[in-house]
Every structure is written in C-alpha cells, then in structure tokens.
Design a protein around this ligand. Structure first.
Ligand SMILES: [Zn+2]
Length: 119
C-alpha cells in the first residue's frame, strides 16, 4: 500500500502547482498552533522528490515562533499546500500538505500524531 507515486499537488485556485514523488506510508498529524488551525496532514520529502510546476515563487511567506519553518501560501486563495524548512541535520525538507494532493484517499491513511506543540 505504501507505493511510491508521483502526485500532483497545489493550492485551491490553481495558481500554485507542484509534483511530488512519495508514498503515503508516513503521514503526520501535528498538534502545533498552525497545523491544528489549518488542519494540515503532512508528508515529509526531500528537495529531490519535489518538483515545482507553476506559481511556487508567487507565494506569501508566514513565519512565527523560532521561524525555522517557512509556511508558504497562495496569495489568491490562501491555501498552504506545502511548507519547507531546514532540519537539525542541515538538510532542507518539504512538508507536503497531503490534503492538497490529487488522488489521495484520506480515509485510507492513518496519520501519526506528532507533538509539535511542545517543540
Ligand atoms: Zn491559490
């Protein structure tokens, strides 16, 4: 079931589009202040797995707290379809909002709780 696939992702209005190669083996439901307000379900990938298609550079940036994570959202429809940041190991990661991918059946996923609130 954790099959590697190429998923098309993006915001609601269609301005921001990307492709991501990943599997749905690990989906995280984070309880931090922004994830709980936005209802984000996240799948983490490396830059090699992430391919911008359009509108990615037109996004607005939102940061808070330690400003480690770059929360990006579409200036037109406001949807955060992914975020990015550099991990403790110095490597950039992309946090894909699984809800913004096409062809993912959310009811088949078992999101792992992640205690982002305490970080
Ligand atoms: Zn949009």
């Amino acid at each position: 079931m954790a099959e590697m696939k190429t998923y098309a992702g993006g915001c609601h209005c269609g301005q921001v589009k990307y492709e991501v190669q990943t599997d749905m083996a690990q989906v995280v439901s984070c309880n931090c202040s922004i994830c709980s307000k936005r209802g984000l379900l996240l799948n983490f990938v490396t830059p090699e797995q992430f391919k911008p298609v359009s509108g990615v550079d037109s996004q607005k940036l939102y940061q808070f707290n330690k400003k480690v994570i770059e929360h990006l959202f579409c200036p037109t429809c406001g949807v955060e379809s992914y975020g990015t940041g550099v991990g403790p190991d110095g490597k950039r990661m992309f946090a894909i909002n699984v809800r913004c991918l096409e062809g993912v059946d959310l009811s088949t996923l078992t999101p792992m709780p992640f205690n982002g609130r305490e970080m």
